[in-house]
Each structure stands twice: as structure tokens, then as C-alpha cells.
Ligand binder design. Structure first.
Ligand code: ATP
Length: 445
């Protein structure tokens, strides 16, 4: 059991150190000792995040006729959070160890009577509101209180009327938003899994009440399709029907999608039937011309955490060649080969271009003007890599998850072909420079 646990810790350690080494993810405020529950994205982290969020927006907004985008302000009037029930009920049960004073969420520790860090006893369970409170304006009076939003959903509900008035959508229709949310988590942990500042991608899909079961099933299917599309290992995804006692106050049915993270089987995304809770509480309604008269539509809410999507994609992509197996490019020398098997459509770098030798101006010139520049103009996500020998470049690009490494060598100068090396097999083929764009386009599709 202990050996398995060590392997799991080891995997998270490997992923987080790769993310730092290769410029994906850094601890927030690191040079001042770090701020718990905050993480900063580096160049490749931003690229990976953008590919994930853009893919989501394309699938759920741009390719549909019934979805309306929103980008609401993070700060909202406190009445929004009073009406939504968050001021009253967005609490987590908190206990503090009497000996080491570490704090825990009672539902996240195995033994609610004993501190997992030092074995000490706990004080009374307290209810801790997870919203970050702030003040608007120069005075800190009770009338100036505002909150950093703990979910993006309310930003859509408060814009329901604006959206209906502007676009006159017919039921069923949805609103979608990608944006930051903040929760003062008692115990942020597990790299980017549980953090205090994160991003959500959420949909509120408005339906007639009689249709809720049909649309609940439909959205379940859409969510699973998307997970597969971005490269989440579907063998590690599980559905969990959330019991009435464990559901949020607004939900009449919830399914959580769990993922086998190295630190346990934990929530990845959620799907909730919020019924008419939100529109009613904000005193909103809709004129249903087809059915006749005023009504309050019901809502199905698929919700996705961007950070958890990023972590699941990273874990699904992380690969090591089995002991002793070297890729056929021979670049591995003696060390183990580590690579991120991202789908080409999601990879932060789609291809890297290298001159075989960086001190041969004719190779550098050719690689730069005839290969790198046109590919960069076409795909954007193209890297120039001439640092170290070819083996080292392959290893670096493997760790970034670059699907194709293109090398300009002396043959290129006479026959206008280059080698394209496949990240996963290590195999190389010779491709005409004029065919490169189409070759890569086909792989992305
Ligand atoms: P948990 O039980 O893990 O605290 P939750 O059920 O409170 O999560 P929701 O309120 O349903 O989460 O939030 C929707 C989604 O937002 C989650 O499925 C998850 O992907 C993401 N999310 C929620 N809290 C966090 C957090 N603290 N850090 C990172 N992502 C989060």
C-alpha cells in the first residue's frame, strides 16, 4: 500500500516539477515564499489553457445556434449573493487542531476526531464562509461590502433579462461564460486541484420543466464528448450520482464526474439540475410565446473547472518510455524518456523547427525563412529550437509535448525535404517542405 502511495506522490511531484522546469505552471508569489492556493501560468501553461478554453468555447458556443456568451464583472452587488444563498449557506465545516493549529475541512479528513498531521484533538466544528469579502470605495462600512464571486453562474443569471431582451432567444437556449472564481478554501492542496483563485467554464441551459430529464442526459453526453476531445483519459473518468444530503442547496439532481487523480478519485466537473431556483430568487421570468404567457424556465448547469481540466489533461498525457526502451531516434542516450502525449489540437507547441547545426548559416537561413517563418505565420504555436544537440532538443520538445520536430539538414539544401519526427513513436519521415502545412493541418484535424 505504502509503495503505491509513494508512486502516486512521485507522479504528482514529477508533473509539478516538469510544469515548473518547462514553463507551464509556477507557484504564485514564489520569490516571496509562495501564496497558498495560487498558481501562475507560464508561457506554455497559458497556451495549453487557451487551447482548452478555446476548444470549449468553439464546441459549446461558436458551433451552436442556441448559446449566448457572457463575460460578467467579478465584483457584483452583495444582494446577488444574498439572493443566491451564498451569504447564508456557502459554508464549509472547519476544525482546528488544538496542538498544531492546522485547519481542516471535516469532510476531507478520514478521522474527524484526530489531526492527520500530529494526532492532536480538534476544537468545535465551525461553519466557515468561503467567499472572499472586500469593500468597494474608500470607506470600510457594512454598506460597502462586496464579494469576489465564488462561481461564474450568478454572472449569467443576473444577465438573463439583458440576454433575452437583446437576442429574443426561444426556449431551449443557453448562456455560457468562462471566467475567474474565488473561494477561500480551508486547505488548498494537490497542486492546481484545490486552489483559492481558479477559472470556471459554465453553461446555464434554460428549458421547459417537463424536458429536464431529456436535457440532463443530453448534457451528460456533451460533457463526456468534450472530455474525450481534449484528451482526458476516459478510462479514469467516473460518474457519481450525488445524494440529496450532499447536493448544493439549489440542486434537484447532480452528477459529479470524478477522475482518478494520483491523490485519489476526486471531482473533476459537475452537472446540476438547478430547476427554477436562480431565476425565481432573482425575480426573473420569461414570456414563452409558443406556450403562451409568463413562465420561469428551469435550468441545467454543466460546469467545468479549467485548472482541473488542465491537470487531468496533463496527467492523461504524461508518459514515460518503459525501462530500457529507447525511441528509435536514438536521442535518449541512457536516461528515461518522458513525454506529454497531448493531442495536436491541444498541444501548446504544434511543431518545433531546428537547423541540424546552428553554426552552419546555410542551414539556419533555410530553416528560418523557408520552414519556420511560413509555419509560424500559419499556426502561431511554432517553436524555434537550436539549443544543444538534436537529442537534447527532442527531449526538451517531448517534455513540452510538441507532436512534431522538424529538422533541416544538408539533404534539405539539395532536395527541399525535411525530417519530421513523431513525438510518440520517435519515428522520422521525410516530407517535402511544400507539403508541411497540409501535413500538420491534417494531424490537427
Ligand atoms: P469540491 O467539492 O471539490 O470543493 P464543488 O462541488 O464545490 O467542488 P462546484 O461548486 O460544483 O465545486 O464548482 C464547479 C467546478 O469548479 C468543480 O467541478 C471544479 O472543477 C471547479 N472547482 C471548484 N472549486 C475549486 C477549487 N477550489 N479549485 C479548483 N477548481 C475548483
Amino acid at each position: 500500500m505504502k509503495a503505491i502511495k509513494n508512486q502516486e506522490d512521485n507522479l504528482m511531484e514529477k508533473i509539478s516539477s516538469l510544469c515548473k522546469r518547462r514553463g507551464f505552471i509556477f507557484q504564485g508569489s514564489e520569490i516571496y515564499g509562495g501564496l497558498a492556493g495560487t498558481w501562475d501560468l507560464g508561457h506554455f501553461g497559458v497556451a495549453l489553457r487557451n487551447n482548452i478554453t478555446q476548444n470549449w468555447w468553439k464546441k459549446f458556443v461558436d458551433s451552436r445556434r442556441d448559446m449566448y456568451g457572457v463575460d460578467a464583472a467579478i465584483l457584483m452587488r452583495p444582494e446577488v449573493w444574498q439572493a443566491s444563498g451564498h451569504v447564508e449557506g456557502f459554508h464549509d465545516p472547519l476544525v482546528e487542531c488544538k496542538k498544531c493549529h492546522h485547519r481542516f475541512r471535516t469532510d476531507q479528513i478520514e478521522d474527524a476526531k484526530k489531526c492527520p498531521d500530529c494526532g492532536g484533538g480538534f476544537g468545535e466544528v465551525q461553519q466557515f464562509n468561503m467567499m472572499f469579502k472586500t469593500h468597494i470605495g474608500a470607506t470600510e462600512e457594512s454598506t460597502s461590502i462586496s464579494y469576489l464571486r465564488p462561481e461564474t453562474a450568478q454572472g449569467m443569471f443576473v444577465n438573463f433579462k439583458n440576454t433575452v431582451d437583446a437576442f429574443h432567444p426561444k426556449i431551449p437556449f443557453g448562456m455560457a461564460q468562462i471566467g475567474k472564481a474565488f473561494r477561500n478554501e480551508i486547505a488548498p492542496r494537490d497542486f492546481i486541484f484545490r486552489v483559492r483563485e481558479f477559472e470556471q467554464m459554465e453553461i446555464e441551459y434554460f428549458i421547459r420543466p417537463t424536458d429536464w430529464e431529456k436535457y440532463f442526459e443530453y448534457w451528460k453526453g456533451e460533457m463526456l464528448d468534450w472530455m474525450e476531445e481534449v484528451g482526458i483519459d476516459m478510462g479514469k473518468v467516473h460518474e457519481l450520482e450525488v445524494s440529496k444530503e450532499d447536493r448544493a442547496h439549489y440542486s434537484s439532481r447532480t452528477i459529479d464526474f470524478y477522475f482518478d487523480f494520483p491523490f485519489g478519485n476526486k471531482e473533476l466537473f459537475g452537472l446540476a439540475y438547478r430547476a427554477d431556483f436562480d431565476l425565481k430568487t432573482h425575480k426573473l421570468d420569461y414570456i414563452d410565446e409558443e406556450e403562451g404567457g409568463k413562465t420561469v424556465p428551469h435550468v441545467i448547469e454543466p460546469t467545468f473547472g479549467v485548472g482541473r481540466a488542465l491537470l487531468a489533461v496533463l496527467l492523461s498525457a504524461y508518459s514515460e518510455d518503459p525501462e530500457g526502451k529507447q525511441a528509435s531516434d536514438g536521442a535518449g542516450e541512457k536516461e528515461k524518456r518522458v513525454y506529454l502525449k497531448f493531442k495536436p489540437s491541444i498541444a501548446p507547441v504544434i511543431c518545433a523547427v531546428s537547423p541540424l547545426l546552428k553554426n552552419k548559416p546555410e542551414l539556419v537561413e533555410y530553416a528560418n525563412t523557408k520552414v519556420y517563418a511560413p509555419l509560424k505565420a500559419e499556426f502561431g504555436r511554432v517553436a524555434w529550437d537550436d539549443n544543444g544537440n538534436i537529442g537534447k532538443r527532442y527531449r526538451r520538445q517531448d517534455e513540452i509535448g510538441t507532436p512534431f520536430c522538424i529538422v533541416v539538414d544538408f539533404d534539405t539544401l539539395s532536395d527541399d525535404t525535411v525530417t519530421v519526427r513523431d513525438r510518440d513513436t520517435g519515428e522520422q519521415e521525410r516530407i517535402k517542405v511544400t507539403d508541411l502545412k497540409n501535413y500538420i493541418k491534417e494531424k490537427i484535424d
